[in-house]
Design a protein around this ligand. Structure first.
Ligand code: ADP
Ligand code: MG
Length: 238
């Protein structure tokens, strides 16, 4: 579970093509980072995979099934939004349970799943609090918990740490890496931060103006950047 294949995926807004005919393979269980400068199309690409944007042409397959025209809820993926997307009036428990309640799951089963996610995320003692009574890192964990309970084929993160201060960013980076090691689920992580990309990724996809400049492990990119753009962006010698 969690294999995602993009074939000649193109996205245009009006006359402007922001992603031209992009091919990409993401394997089961990989931690893939989309990195590149602001405006290069990282969020658009993630939203295409999530189904929050329609492709202009091309195809997206998830676990071997054509998902190009599936609505987001039918893709089996979970987008992790920044922590400010939590419901302030609901407890942590209710925030995490929300997607399951919407899906009509029975209360006893919901409780089991929420307790399981809370354990993984060290939130067990905070389930009755409101988001406003939590630290920034705890709030971000609640946002992740809301994704975990859905047991998605892949987690999609769009710059989830950009609202946090520098110290917290470093510890959350570590937590997300550990979460990946625990769950072994495919994760796609968007960032413009080279350090985040180099420290978290199994595979880095370097984007520039909607095109892939290079795909490879952090070490491959560092040792063998395909061109000056990659070298400059990753900060490697070329
Ligand atoms: P990134 O996440 O890498 O900063 P985006 O994917 O947000 O980049 O944007 C890529 C390009 O697509 C930008 O030029 C942006 O202005 C454009 N774009 C994104 N969404 C829309 C939209 N809904 N309508 C028009 N243009 C858009
Ligand atoms: Mg973006």
């Amino acid at each position: 579970m969690g294999k995602i294949t993009l074939s000649k995926v193109t996205k245009s807004f009006g006359d402007v093509t922001v992603i031209p005919a992009l091919d990409l393979n993401i394997d089961n269980g990989e931690f893939v980072v989309f990195v590149g400068p602001s405006g290069c199309g990282k969020s658009t690409l993630l939203r295409l995979i999530a189904g929050l944007e329609d492709t202009s042409s091309g195809a997206i397959a998830i676990d071997g099934h054509d998902a190009t025209d599936l609505p987001p809820a039918k893709r089996g993926l979970a987008m992790v939004f920044q922590s400010y997307a939590l419901y302030p009036h609901m407890s942590v428990r209710k925030n995490i349970a929300f997607p399951l309640k919407m899906a009509g799951m029975e209360p006893a089963q919901i409780e089991r799943k929420v307790d399981g996610a809370a354990k993984i995320l060290n939130l067990t003692n905070y389930l009755d609090r409101k988001p406003g009574q939590l630290s920034g890192g705890q709030r971000q964990r609640v946002a992740i918990g809301r994704a975990i309970v859905r047991e998605p084929a892949a987690f999609l993160f769009d710059e989830p740490l950009s609202n946090l201060d520098a110290a917290l960013r470093v510890s959350m980076r570590q937590e997300i890496t550990e979460l990946h090691q625990t769950l072994k689920t495919t994760m796609i992580y968007v960032t413009h931060d080279q350090v985040e990309a180099m420290t978290m990724a199994d595979k880095i996809v370097v984007l520039n103006a909607g095109r892939i400049e290079q795909v490879g492990s952090p070490l491959e990119l560092y040792r063998n950047p395909a061109n000056l753009f990659v070298a400059g962006f990753i900060g490697s010698p070329k």
